[in-house]
Design a protein around this ligand. Structure first.
Ligand SMILES: Nc1ncnc2c1ncn2[C@@H]1O[C@H](COP(=O)(O)OP(=O)(O)OP(=O)(O)O)[C@@H](O)[C@H]1O
Ligand SMILES: [Mg+2]
Length: 344
């Protein structure tokens, strides 16, 4: 029986823009299990990074959490991340939950050698002995297949993108975190390097046994690395389940659309770019289903009644938010002319 590690309940986050609010997360609930690997997927702007940073409350200053809780199960106690003081949060970040943010590859301090990045991280969490820090750094750098001596003495710009990603992973693992959150870890890398990083992640996961939450546009990456997949659309989770159920029998027309418009799930990596229409404006709260405008299966009920995440009968852990969800969604989508414009 899987044990819960992080429980997100009814989380809503908004950003205050210069002229309007953006409702980036709207009543999101999600359970993450200890030791699993879960992918958050969806088109650009659907709220993946917002959810990722919310896990460790690293939201920007112009944001506001308007509802919900994020419970982290820490041994025998449970902590609501949203109620921690800054110093308590500081203790949890890196040592319990580490996040490698989107674009973090470019966030190394350019005037600091890699070894100083390790020393800084370790010292800010109570380490005092430089020799011990460098010993562990060397071990971790070797685990990600880097030449530790060379890398420790390098400046970030002297390393390739793939090498920096490896350094970032070893830095992230320095304090033995239980949860690792990776936001688009391979997006900036070429395909061959992406493949190597994926293989490396599988190895690290096996050895260090952390819970992995990763955010990606890339369905092939999700299919390869995830035990479970949560599909997001317009600030909500619209479908969540086991990777085989999500890709084999998606119930939500949006999930089916993503799969159908992705040429191949294996092999060359592909981005979600080709569903007709565009996601809605997040400065409005929808009365009905946010996917209504683009959905080939829509009916009048979808316009006024918001669908809630509902259990899919007979498929453990599979939930979908759609009034027309069925096991035949994928074939209905394939038969509809909805995607024909992009398949020609
Ligand atoms: N700091 C911010 N201020 C105002 N709006 C923001 C801010 N950060 C994100 N948003 C908006 O919130 C919504 C969700 O953004 P988020 O970055 O979480 O999406 P995402 O799914 O990670 O997208 P991408 O795939 O492009 O990284 C978007 O409409 C985005 O424009
Ligand atoms: Mg993002």
């Amino acid at each position: 029986m899987a044990t819960k590690h992080i429980i997100v309940e009814d989380l809503s986050v908004e950003y205050l823009g210069p002229t309007k609010k953006i409702y980036a997360l709207q009543h999101v609930s999600l359970e993450i299990y200890r030791g699993e690997s879960i992918a958050l997927v969806g088109e650009s702007g659907c709220g993946k990074s917002t959810l990722g940073v919310a896990f460790i409350r690293l939201l920007p200053v112009n944001s506001r959490i308007t509802s919900g809780r994020i419970r982290f199960v820490d041994g025998s106690r449970e902590i609501n991340i949203l109620e921690l003081s800054q110093s308590e949060l500081q203790k949890i970040r890196w040592s319990k939950i580490v996040m490698m943010a989107q674009g973090a590859l470019n966030a190394f301090n350019p005037v600091m050698r890699i070894k100083d990045h390790f020393i800084d991280t370790a010292y800010s969490h109570g380490w005092k002995n430089k020799t011990e820090v460098l010993k562990k750094a060397r071990y971790l750098l070797e685990r990600v297949h880097l030449d530790s001596e060379r890398v420790l003495n390098s400046f970030p710009h002297e390393l390739s993108g793939g090498m920096r990603q490896r350094v970032l992973l070893s830095l992230g693992l320095f304090l033995n975190p239980e949860v690792v959150i990776l936001d688009e870890p391979t997006t900036a890398l070429d395909i061959l390097t992406q493949r190597n990083i994926i293989e490396l992640l599988k190895e690290l996961k096996k050895e260090f046994n952390f819970t992995l939450i990763f955010i990606t546009h890339d369905l092939s990456l999700a299919a390869e690395l995830a035990d479970r997949v949560a599909v997001m659309y317009a600030g909500k989770i619209v479908e969540v389940g086991d990777v085989y159920n999500i890709f084999g029998t998606p119930y939500h027309p949006y999930t089916a659309g993503l799969i159908t418009s992705t040429p191949k799930l294996r092999g060359k990596s592909t981005e979600i770019t080709s569903i007709p229409g565009s996601p809605p404006n997040l400065s409005e709260i929808f009365k009905g289903c946010p996917f209504y405008e683009r959905c080939p299966l829509r009916s009048s009920v979808c316009l006024n009644t918001p669908p809630t995440l509902t259990f899919v009968d007979g498929q453990e852990g599979h939930f979908v938010a759609c009034h027309h969800a069925s096991k035949d969604t994928l074939s209905k989508i394939r038969q509809s002319d909805w995607l024909s414009t992009i398949q020609k």
